[in-house]
Design a protein around this ligand. Sequence first.
Ligand code: NOJ
Length: 571
Amino acid sequence: MTETGPGTDVEPWWKSAVVYQIYPRSFADSNGDGVGDIRGIIDHLDHLEELGVDVIWLSPVFRSPHDDNGYDISDYQDIDPVFGTLSDVDELIADVHGRGMRLIMDLVVNHTSDEHPWFVASRQSRSVPTSDWYIWRDARPGTVGGQPGAEPNNWGSFFSGSAWEWVPAREQYYLHLFSKKQPDLNWENPDLRAAVFDMMSWWLDRGVDGFRMDVINFISKDPSLPDGELMSTGYGDGTPSFSYGPRVHEYLAEMQAEVFAPRPGVYLTVGEMPAVTPEQALAFTDETYGQLSMVFQFEHVDLDSDGEKWAPRPVTVLDVKESLGRWQSAMGSRGWNSLYWNNHDQPRAVSRFGDDRTYWYESATALATVLHLHRGTPYVYQGEELGMTNVPFDTIDDFRDIESLNYYDAEVHGRGRAPDDVLASLRRKSRDNARTPMQWTADEHAGFTHGTPWMPVNPNARHINADAQRHDDRSVYAHYRRLIALRHQEPVVVDGDFEMILARHPQLYAFRRTSPESQLTVYANLSSQPVTVPSAEPGATLLLGNYHDGADGSDLRPWEARVLIRRTSST
Ligand code: NOJ
């Protein structure tokens, strides 16, 4: 077993890594209060080590009022008691390193909680040290602050309603792109930036191996904050003014210089970037001048939305190939992709892009095969390795997520839409699909807690659970383990060039990865109908498949995926 730890590498180790995301609230509860915690994670590290992942990304565990489940932080340098203590985190880091894995934390610095002391002071007065650390603006000229229409601009919040909140004590509005309990930080202020960089260094000193950076492309706003184009909600879309703001590269370069450059070693930095384009992503990740290891782009997970998140749009295999293929070409050999189907904000991929009824196992493993063998760093979201599915939510009372609850309220009570209609949207797209407790066993509450879980367990935990899969060689878990091992064993998975083949085929997702030593060809039938592969692969052998009979003819069964390898004679 190799010990890992900060400062021990000079190469970009994250290129050959697979990252596993833990959403702590829903992972494992050790003390019976119904909420997952850090000791629960420590208790389940064997599951991750056996799976073979290299890095754990921990969603926020910092002190928080939990308006947005921890993405609203009131103290960056302490752990919320519901999750444990700083010494639990120290133990977790040591245990993870001792097993040869690494750990990255979530860095949420586009906004804080409104209960963060910086904001508590800032909202009280215009003459405290942090008064300018948030984005404060006067009411529109000629209006009365606090009255409808007096907001500084027409932007809507991502969590419904206006993006502005009036504070009588300052006679000003503050900007909140997310909930009103998540005020946006003002990165124009150098003292704020220095405080963020100090906090990051403090975590690196504690031993973390990098950061996943929440909506980091939003930190620079066009200071004129112009009105946005009207959306169906009646609010303006502010995204063009902050998704690639004028100073975003400057701020990230400063972070690089202040936080990472002075340290030995290589860190994983992944920027979450809604609305980022491939050209912008390359500018962030270019190996010579980029500021981040990789970014999370959103294009492929927005394909099933018609402009706005909740408006449905059918998605085809061609759409997905066109999008992911274009990102592969755009990052080329200079940039780097992150690869994901799932995270805590997305419905479960097997329900969304696969067939979670008739071909549950086959579609979960076919989707995984395609994703993991692209060029880039794959991310596995907790439960994905078990094929966890969307949830049969009954009523609005089954939901916990602020985005979902606010949307229901705005649509049903604000705009008079039929509740069933809105529930149908939530069942399809709600983030809560990803947030039900991890399914460990077939027991009560899926072995997640011995108390009452903070949100109900998916009833299919009786047959979809880790216990049933860990020792079954034909499980979704076993397939993920093989895919992860393949990345570690075959350099072509990490380094090979990417080339889409059969690009216009409506069912087959097929591509090649080529390096001087070998060529990998992946064929996946992303449909529930059989299909014939039009081209033969002379000299290639089957390396991995998701049907277990080793068949190698030219017919692919529903959701069958095959990985073939041809080695050059010298190897
Ligand atoms: C993106 C996070 O992934 C999401 O969960 C959160 O609600 C928003 N950023 C606001 O922090």
